[in-house]
Write a protein that binds this ligand. Structure first.
Ligand SMILES: C[S@@+](CC[C@H](N)C(=O)[O-])C[C@H]1O[C@@H](n2cnc3c(N)ncnc32)[C@H](O)[C@@H]1O
Length: 216
């Protein structure tokens, strides 16, 4: 998965399709062949800055499609006590299990996010949504909401651009994301991300989505 940066505004807005099954085998192959062009090598600044202002250190936090999970290291170092990492690729999980074996605040699971069961205060999003087929975005929204406690939050970044080559990554823009997310979330923030890494500057939105409770 390589990025070829081009701002969304220059390309017609459309949701691309995906014919390749993006399953465990696909992702394991990417990891085994070191095809990890998404990996920025450090914790994503928009996420760490958001978490700097998140006061509940005992909040239960899920990072799905976590990859090398630099954010989890940053969270553990900042005193967060309950972090769950999920990745579908066994090779990624093997790396994580070694990395976090001495850190009891971080739990590592080799699982498919869409089959995961749990209950969290917060889900952190960093290039996982763009890795799933666009046809599963509604399922992502529904599943994320089902994994959150009342008033739970999804926070992180989504691309605000399209990609020339077939995904993943799959791009998009707020006008596509809102109808998918609004049935399950109040969109508290979906705005131009001002602290993206330089390579993604101007091509991400920061999101904060608050789960809608049944009576909302
Ligand atoms: C684009 S990478 C992003 C990794 C990490 N979030 C980052 O930004 O470096 C997507 C990751 O999601 C994992 N993944 C893809 N589909 C998944 C699924 N259904 N459940 C859990 N993990 C999945 C892949 O193995 C891969 O590590």
């Amino acid at each position: 998965m390589e990025e070829n940066i081009k701002p969304a505004k220059e390309i017609t807005c459309c949701v691309s399709q995906c014919d390749v099954p993006l399953d465990k085998d696909y992702w394991e192959k990417q990891w085994k062949q070191n095809q990890t062009g998404w990996d920025i090598g450090y914790a994503s600044p928009p996420l760490t800055e958001y978490m700097n202002s998140y006061s509940d250190k005992d909040a239960s936090i899920l990072i799905p499609g976590c990859g090398n999970a630099y954010e989890a290291e940053a969270l553990a170092n900042a005193g967060f006590t309950d972090i769950t990492l999920i990745d579908i690729a066994p090779s990624a999980v093997e790396i994580l299990q070694k990395k976090f074996e001495a850190i009891s605040s971080v739990k590592v699971l080799c699982e498919d996010f869409f089959r995961h069961e749990g209950e969290y205060d917060l889900i952190l999003e960093q290039t996982f949504f763009c890795a799933i087929p666009p046809s599963r975005r509604m399922e992502y929204a529904e599943k994320s909401a089902s994994l959150l406690k009342n008033d739970g939050i999804v926070a992180g970044v989504l691309f605000d651009r399209t990609f020339e080559q077939e995904g993943p990554p799959f791009g998009g823009c707020p006008c596509e994301y809102k109808p998918v997310l609004e049935p399950h979330f109040h969109i508290s923030k979906m705005e131009e991300c001002r602290n993206s890494i330089p390579q993604r500057a101007g091509s991400e939105v920061f999101i904060e989505l608050i789960k809608k409770n049944r009576l909302d």
